[in-house]
Design a binder for this molecule. Sequence first.
Ligand code: VG1
Ligand code: CO
Length: 543
Amino acid sequence: MSINTVSTTPFPGQRPGTSGLRKKVSVFQQAHYLENFVQSVFDTLGDCAGKTLVLGGDGRFHNREAVQTILRMAAAHGFAKVLVGQGGILSTPAVSCVIRKHGALGGIVLSASHNPGGPDGDFGIKYNISNGGPAPESVTEAVYQRTESITEYRISDAADIDLQKIGATRIEAMDVEVIDSVADYAELMQQLFDFDAIRKLFAGGFRMCFDGMHAVSGPYAKAIFEGQLGAPAGSVINAVPLEDFGGHHPDPNPVNAAQLIDIMAADDAPDFGAASDGDGDRNMILGRKFDVTPSDSLAVLAAHATLAPGYRAGLKGIARSMPTSQAADRVAQALGIPAFETPTGWKFFGNLLDAGKATLCGEESYGTGSDHIREKDGVWAVLFWLNLLAATGKSVEALVSEHWQRFGRNYYSRHDYEGVDTHAANELMASLRIKLAPMKGQDLGHYVVDFADDFEYKDPVDGSVSQQQGVRIVMTNGSRIVFRLSGTGTEGATLRVYLERYEADPEFHHLPTQQALYPLILIAEQVAGIADWTGRAHPTVTT
Ligand code: VG1
Ligand code: CO
């Protein structure tokens, strides 16, 4: 075994987006591409002697090869130890959990999350810091700068290790420990939720369907829901992670999780349905013939949080990303706790959680989480809902409807225009920005503009400022339209249009969502000229 220094030249565009560096698999398969990025992360970290790194991914195509490469590079960089998930598998929340539990310096997550996998799909890599959360922008920017000037990387020529065999081995002077992918995570879940009550629920005939979407959460869901909580065998479907996610798009929304939606729409539907994404950090919650929007899910969990043992002491605050509906703010107000509004992406919640300012966090994109780790967490959200259902004896639909009665309903939808021309998308945003200031006070038919701006966030903990985080047009009655470009796609640009309307009157709480939002949809088109810029008359995905 020996360590070699390899000459290299920079690849353009290795700048992490909303959640790490995501590119087509073929891009990552280029010689030195992954190595350049990993060495740039290590160079940014500096001396790692005595330190532990956590490593794992969602099992997508190229995962195993990348794990072996990173192990050889970590050994060359002088890490004392790497904890790697069995088979190279760790969900994003499990990486966060393992980093925290074992006091690691940080971790590397190999995933492109909800993006499709397989040889023609996407691959991704993300670095998480010692709090278990995604590296903040200061770190991802430093890594990017390093990728622009890199000239060499260091790597051991050691043979591949056996990733299936749990236990310790060595590469050069570095210890490698292959760990059970589920154990640490499952143990944490037992501390947070009332497993006995949930066991009784299942013993009483309660039925659920969890769709693993052939992605990473399957093994976690099987072990916890079926193994520990007694959900009948078969409650978890599509449970085996596949390198191409069975050819599907591992994105838990009503469009991509069509099989689960059909199951939950049937007359003999289970009581509860849920799904997670490629790397296990997202969640979709369904009742029988009933979808819960992620924004409502956050609000409902917050309103009932003290029913779960891990949150019995109450919440310190609730944080949501800016485009997420304001439903959770109403709960925060009722509870007398602060509400925070951050830019899109989980990395912005880390400081609030570390500082004890917020306990629950959520995003409209099927992401919910808490201070138990520093990532959003799919299986955790499902357990939280199961805990509420067990504690209240109510159905999903009853819990949500009662919530609307108490707090009012925030109708909400996101319209995605995927794969549009990047130049046109940028022009659309630029032309919107120019129109913002004069919009104040403008009468738009059903709505009057309260203010319109480009969201800027000043982190209340470290004072760092993030600009241009989404154009928002906020109406005097709290309804909103938000426009932003995705930072996770790999083909062209994706325009996201977020629509929200607040309705206090219970008589109007059961309209079809798109109908309830129709006036706002028309205003969005009128203000942004979406069809003109993108050539699209309709969104590709509506959630
Ligand atoms: C999307 C979502 C965002 C989420 C991010 C990562 O980002 O909108 O809320 O945090 O994906 O989720 P963007 O920039 O494409 O809108 V995951 O589960 O893909 O890591
Ligand atoms: Co994800």
